[in-house]
Design a protein around this ligand. Structure first.
Ligand code: NAP
Length: 308
């Protein structure tokens, strides 16, 4: 079978760190081109300053991975779908819920695969955590997602702009795990969003949720963490405590702890190939909906300006 000829759009941090190696490691894909306005591309791979240019003048492609900031993703995805090109959306899948729904409907209509990728769901501990929790009564959940924005997002102006999500850019990863491993739907009950006086997006959020059986869920999300970083989810159940740490890579159950190799991006590309070959899409908007609810229902407090 011919490989899937794929172009990577947006040659920034995540494209270079994770997408390019995952594509190189998956024989189902062949990297056909790259697109990025201010980059010179890779040796031996055709490079274009815009998706328009690639679609007009470039080699034929079957699929694109959109690794740009979310604010520009809708137009790029719509352009690709219009040409019958399969689309992989980095997380978050868009800057608004309605644009993602519009893309999903469009992909269904034209019979092209659209994949809203939630990379943290592919972390090694997440699938076994979901299986273990399916049989339990959930009593309480605590999420601590605290990292240093200066380390992880240096100089990324888009992340502080409307649609860039601020601290929800990493926080949505925790929500993608939460909505995947808990057996019942979750909804926000209240939130406080701390927004630097000179920025449009939060630097921290304190959030309370409940599941439909009444279990309380608390999330402490903060970008001002220096020193040790935390990406932990603790679930207390009738059969003991489950802890996912390191963003989902390490799973501790009452029976012991499992450390596993990094499966996230290889897993995402295996899934994307599967969707394309099977003529299906996978567009789950639950994590983005919880973030939208935080903006809808949360109290905003102004905090000290943030300077990079
Ligand atoms: P980044 O380093 O700022 O890279 C974004 C890239 O998008 C830039 O290199 C920029 O290219 C390109 N771009 C902007 N507008 C474009 C357009 N219209 N057409 C084509 N390319 C365009 O950001 P990032 O950290 O890689 O994050 C990108 C996305 O991945 C975000 O949604 C983020 O949430 C997600 N993500 C990031 C991480 C991470 O650890 N960084 C992890 C998982 C997911 P030029 O520089 O050439 O202008």
């Amino acid at each position: 079978m011919d490989p899937i000829h794929i172009a990577v759009v947006g040659l920034g941090k995540i494209a270079r760190d994770r997408h390019l190696p995952a594509i190189a490691g998956n024989a189902t894909f062949s990297l056909a081109a790259t697109v990025s306005p201010h980059d010179t591309g890779l040796d031996g791979i055709p490079h274009f300053a815009s998706l328009d240019e690639l679609l007009e003048q470039g080699p034929a492609i079957d699929a694109v991975s959109l690794c740009t900031p979310p604010q520009v993703r809708y137009d790029l995805a719509a352009q690709a779908l219009k040409r019958g090109v399969h689309v992989f959306l980095e997380k978050p899948p868009g800057a608004t819920l309605s644009e993602v729904v519009a893309l999903r409907d469009r992909a269904d209509k034209v019979g092209v695969s659209l994949f809203a990728a939630w990379h943290s769901r592919f972390a090694a501990g997440v699938a076994p955590a979901r299986t273990w929790l399916a049989e339990r009564t959930i009593e309480k959940v605590s999420i601590v997602w605290r990292e240093d924005v200066r380390v992880w997002h240096p100089g990324q102006a888009w992340i502080w702009e409307p649609g860039g999500l601020g601290v929800f850019d990493p926080g949505i990863n925790a929500l993608s795990i939460l909505t995947h491993i808990l057996p019942r739907p979750v909804f926000l009950t209240n939130a406080t969003l701390s927004i630097p006086a000179n920025r449009a997006a939060p630097i921290a959020a304190d959030m309370h949720f409940r599941d439909t059986a009444g279990a309380e869920i608390h999330m402490d999300l903060d970008w001002r963490q220096t020193g040790p970083q935390s990406w932990d989810i603790v679930v207390e159940t009738d059969a003991g405590t489950l802890k996912l740490s390191s963003g989902g890579a390490v799973l501790a159950l009452p029976s012991g702890t499992e450390h596993n190799e990094d499966l996230e991006y290889p897993g995402l590309y295996a899934r994307f190939a599967n969707l394309i070959r099977g003529g299906r899409s996978d567009v789950d908007i639950d994590p983005l909906r919880l973030v939208a609810d935080a903006f809808l229902r949360g109290r905003r407090v102004s905090v000290e300006p943030f300077i990079d």
